[in-house]
Design a protein. Sequence first.
Length: 532
Amino acid sequence: MSDHDQLPEHHTAVQGTTPGQADQTLTTRQGHPVRNNQQQRTVGTRGPATLENYQFLEKISHFDRERIPERVVHARGAGAHGVFEAYGKVGDEPVSKYTRAKLFQEAGKQTPVFVRFSTVIHSSHSPETMRDPRGFAVKFYTEDGNWDLVGNNLKVFFIRDAIKFPDVIHSLKPDPVTNRQDGGRIFDFMSNTPEAVHMLTLLFSPHGIPANYRHMQGSGVNTYKWVNDRGEAVLVKYHWEPVQGIRNLTQPEAEAIQAKNINHATQDLYEAIERGDFPQWELLVQIMSDDEHPELDFDPLDDTKIWPREQFPWLPVGKMTLNRNPENYFAEVEQAAFGTGVLVDGLDFSDDKMLVGRTFSYSDTQRYRVGSNYLQLPINAPKRQVATNQRDGQMAYRVDTAPGQNPHVNYEPSSMNGLTEAPRDVPEYTPWVEGHLQRAPIERTNDFQQAGEQYRAFEDWERDDLIGNLVENISAATPEVQARMVELFTQCDPDYGRRVAEGLAAHAASRAAKEEGAVQQAEERSREAQPY
Ligand code: HEM
């Protein structure tokens, strides 16, 4: 048993065995029984409070520190525990042909998971009905350590290079002066970012507001690699399909829910699990050989593109069931830390320019948001032995040693019973890389084709809904920004651009008519109000 597994037992033992203390006795964090939790100590009945009142100071100063910084994105979320069961195959082929990752190998093999779903832009208590991508982050506690698959519900993203992430997020976050989200700012950025038009076409369609977390898809979005036991790699994309089906909300449906409940998705997930109605998702992958694919009209490392399903079929590899709610929201959901760098043997990175940036960003922010020892927290720690020579730092909770490790040796190599490297028993994956160091855009941008195909694939009502949602939001932008957005949609499909342009013109005319009417009414009221 690892140190980590022993911790809860140790806690119970200490709390339960203080002599003369009933099990439910309130204590301070120092273990002192609290005999009066109603009054502070004061001089006399009405005199000043005293500063040596440790019990009060501990309580109030801990309260003062109850919040940690919320996630800079994806602050609003809900989580659950569950299990992933492998099929042992990828489609009809043995999975070992493509990856040696142990969690996928045998049919029926189970791996515990923790999942956090989220919205992206607004803060931790914002409504869950917003038109916003949804996060879908899964932590697999595998025998080889943790694997995090940090995805979204939609299958593409706004940008294709991580250096633009702070900009796209700033445009979507509230205005730094007015503190309000502003369509004028959002579309100012988007109209200068043509690669965003595919994502916008999905986000403003009827698929832009999932009904809840149980009825939505998931996608890794970025391109990863699988590596087999011969050290050969393929490119992969991951998809989660909800067994309970996909459901979305229209804008009016979302607004009706929001008027009464800003927590509906958190509530839905929690209550379904409590009543034993465990949500399930199938994990599917798309596979491509690991090369540049000049025959394709997009770059496989460009996350603004989908890989067409007809060419790259979705191959099932396993199923996930969520079957246990967190016992404590803060400890498990708020402190959970996922990252794209967290891979196990047999899974690898591609050179997707978003993925490499994300991989730095997650653990960087978590060292700040949660603390330098965030990986020692039970929700983040692997469920296998952790043995490192890393020591100390804020909130160090335990020493990650192996049984029998000499506690004096926190370095490697050593001949005094320290930790040793794992055997090099698998061929290392060593891709060949060469080229000039440069700041180069992805060459095959093709920003409009897939967005146009998506527009044409929608049913009539979906196109109507898309146009209505876009017009409503883009109308907040300046005429120049509106014109640039129309130009982008026109390049996707002339009908798309024409309909947004007509919608914006009609919206402007109706706003002008309303303003005119309001002026006339005000003049009439002011005439009627004249006493003489
Ligand atoms: C959360 C950065 C793109 C999915 C976060 C967080 C950061 C971040 C800093 C907060 C993490 C925390 O506080 O624990 C970035 C950067 C990106 C990027 C720099 C682009 C370069 C994406 C994309 C996806 C995504 C494309 C979808 C595939 C998520 C999810 C979370 C998250 C699901 C929430 C994880 C959780 O539930 O704790 N991201 N992100 N991000 N990001 Fe990204």
